[in-house]
Design a protein around this ligand. Structure first.
Ligand code: PNS
Length: 167
């Protein structure tokens, strides 16, 4: 199986890393695809997000980090993947992802989506919470200990660096 694991990854979290590790155990190849959306202003550029992903996933065999823009279904067809993989943390994720999966099947080439439940240890983590926590920790000059439970160490450092330059 060639698995396509797409996302914003702004930034990559421990939940994403767990998901890629588990998918890599099922698939011959995992393409981790970063959405590069010119209409959105993410905290980290697509290049930065890819660099952080490569650092976090470097030891997992069969993993490629790539970027895509436009329709996910079109990218899936272009890369001839077996399936798109999305993680689901709760019922809310399930409802949204089931709908996305159906749209992606309708849109371009009929690609299937497989939904994998997030590990309970990581199912409270989201990139948005990570960004908010990092901004708070930086503003109040707190220790970054809590952040280390959400993201790989190099991401923790990149977040602090980002807020130093961003203010
Ligand atoms: O990490 P995210 O933000 O939950 O990832 C969302 C993502 C990138 C998978 C989704 O926004 C996406 O597929 N965007 C590409 C545009 C697209 O194909 N939209 C139609 C989906 S029905």
């Amino acid at each position: 199986m060639i698995a396509l694991y797409p996302g914003s990854f702004d930034p990559v979290t421990l939940g994403h890393v767990d998901m890629v590790r588990r998918v890599a155990g099922l698939a011959e190849q995992v393409i981790v695809a970063v959405l590069d959306n010119p209409h959105k202003t993410p905290l980290f550029s697509a290049g930065e997000r890819m660099g952080l992903l490569r650092g976090a996933l470097g030891d997992i065999p069969g993993v490629e980090v790539a970027a895509f823009s436009g329709l996910l279904a079109a990218y899936a067809r272009q890369r001839q993947v077996t399936a798109i993989i999305r993680g689901v943390r709760d019922g809310e994720d399930w409802a949204g992802e089931a709908r996305y999966a159906w749209h992606n099947r309708l849109l371009d080439g009929g690609v299937e989506t497989l939904l994998l439940p997030a590990s309970p240890a990581f199912s409270h983590i989201s990139s948005r919470i990570v960004r908010e926590a990092a901004a708070h920790i930086y503003r109040l000059g707190l220790a970054d200990g809590p952040l280390r439970q959400l993201v790989p160490p190099e991401v923790c450092a990149a977040l602090m660096e980002k807020y130093i330059t961003k203010g």
